[in-house]
Write a protein that binds this ligand. Structure first.
Ligand code: NAD
Ligand code: MG
Length: 383
């Protein structure tokens, strides 16, 4: 029995993780889980999953739940997340929290020798230089849940690292892939939230529309697979069937294909190196799909992607600035406070105003993240 702690169990990845675990209940058990503020959904999940340790974001919710369910243990806030991610009972932490909030529990879980299944890409974007040495030091596994990175991971099975020529990340292009920059001026939140291929949480859906998501994934790949930015490429692939590829020295390209279903990479991170039937999973019929399309992204059109390569290449504190400013701007757009193209403009301005720090410590990252958010809020007159 593999004992799992799911962080962010009420989210898109979290609920799909619950599905996967329920369909293989002889192999996996969720012993601990966390939710943010959606207590109603958490209680529904608690009907299905008898986790002993549960963390919520707010103290009030924690007190309410502890009274109502005296036989389970409730925690709250970031201390609570660390508590459940480091429990003796836990073998693997599946981190499906969105944003920078996922960083601290990941670090603490690694230090307690927990394997990590990582959906929370922001953790590697801002602190890959801290996380990767910890993974080595504590000899734990870091398994990607992001579909592209799972595909790359699968395409590297049994290969030598030195034989890799390049990584090719595919991108659906998001909700606005066929729109010109002029047409992007006045797009609405509702339009941005309509992703053509994937149903995901709001933040990542907006990130997919700006292409910051792909930019974050380029940085995530750099750390996960130890490949430099000149050898990480992005291809727009509207069908989202080829989930990503690896090109080798001998010109071979190995790819992983499948229908767009996040339960597959979630399950593979839990069953690796084995494979299990994906209960309810649709088989890919290439005959039905017929045609697959690929094209190189235009960096002028997808400026966010260009900014992410820039931040990644600069390294140090710059990815943290990009990430923090983007999280704040993304949220302002979602709340109708700024326009779509303001997101990348604000991120770029934050990057330009930031005083670069080489090799930042965790404490510095916490400050820099806050600085980037405040910078964006001040720029739009909300602070
Ligand atoms: P979501 O918004 O649907 O869910 C996020 C979860 O985190 C919820 O349970 C929420 O309550 C919790 N949460 C949010 N803020 C928190 C905080 N400050 N403290 C504690 N808990 C908090 O998001 P999602 O789409 O499931 O994405 C989760 C992560 O997985 C993101 O990093 C995203 O980039 C990554 N990811 C998602 C998908 C997808 O298909 N949804 C695919 C690849 C990668
Ligand atoms: Mg992805």
């Amino acid at each position: 029995m593999k004992k799992i702690c799911v962080l962010g169990v009420t989210g898109s990845i979290g609920t799909q993780t619950v599905d996967v675990v329920k369909s293989h209940s002889d192999e996996f058990e969720i012993v601990a889980m966390s939710a943010g503020k959606n207590i109603q959904l958490l209680e529904e999940i608690m009907n299905d999953i008898q986790a002993s340790y549960i963390c919520v974001q707010d103290e009030e919710d924690c007190i309410y739940l502890q009274k109502k369910y005296p036989h389970q243990n409730f925690y709250f806030g970031s201390e609570g997340l660390i508590k459940i991610a480091t429990l003796k009972e836990v073998d693997i932490v599946l981190n499906a929290i969105v944003g920078f909030a996922g960083l601290l529990p990941t670090i603490k879980a690694i230090e307690m020798k927990k394997d990590i299944a990582l959906a929370n890409k922001e953790t590697l974007v801002v602190a890959g230089h801290l996380i990767m040495p910890l993974i080595k030091k504590y000899k734990v596994a870091l398994l990607p849940v992001d579909s592209e990175h799972s595909a790359i991971f699968q395409s590297m099975n049994g290969e030598y690292h030195k034989d890799i020529q390049s990584i090719i990340l595919t991108a659906s292009g998001g909700s606005f892939r066929d729109k010109s920059r002029e047409e992007l001026e006045n797009v609405t939140v509702e339009q941005a939230l309509k992703h053509p291929n994937w149903s995901m949480g709001a933040k990542i859906t907006i990130d997919s529309a700006t292409l910051f998501n792909k930019g974050l994934e380029v940085m995530e790949a750099r750390w996960l697979f130890d490949v430099d930015y000149d050898h990480i490429k992005v291809l727009i692939h509207p069908e989202s069937i080829v989930h990503s590829m690896v090109e080798y020295q001998d010109t071979s390209i190995i790819a992983q294909l499948g229908t767009p279903d996040m339960r597959l990479p979630i399950q593979y991170a839990l069953t690796y190196p084995r494979r299990q039937p994906l209960i309810g999973g649709e088989r890919l019929s290439l005959a039905k799909v017929g045609c697959l399309h690929f094209k190189e992204p235009d960096f002028r059109r997808f400026h966010a992607l260009e900014l992410a390569y820039k931040a990644g290449r600069m390294g140090g504190s710059m990815p943290c600035v990009l990430n923090g400013a983007n999280e704040q701007a993304n949220s302002l757009f979602l709340n109708g406070r700024i326009k779509f193209l303001d997101i990348e403009r604000l991120v770029e301005e934050a990057m330009e105003s930031h005083v670069f720090v080489d090799n930042p410590t965790l404490e510095q990252l916490l400050d820099i993240d806050q600085w980037a958010r405040q910078f964006v809020l001040k720029k739009v007159g909300e602070k």
